[in-house]
Design a protein around this ligand. Sequence first.
Ligand SMILES: [Zn+2]
Length: 75
Amino acid sequence: MCKSCRKGILKNREVAQTFEREGLEVKIEGIPALVCEQCGQVYYAPGISDKIVNAANGLFALSDKKHAGRLRAAV
Ligand SMILES: [Zn+2]
């Protein structure tokens, strides 16, 4: 049951999250999450959001400002 709207059903989904820093955008795809069918609230399993942030930081570290643009990665 969704804690946000209190009536939606949570479904296992793969979601994408985008991070932006100094003109560089990175997108992490294939993140396992529970998504509310009613309100769209996304719930990550414990520890997952830390891993996503670490992955985003790794992508930012890969590129420098000269190569501003988009990077994508899948979990
Ligand atoms: Zn909901």
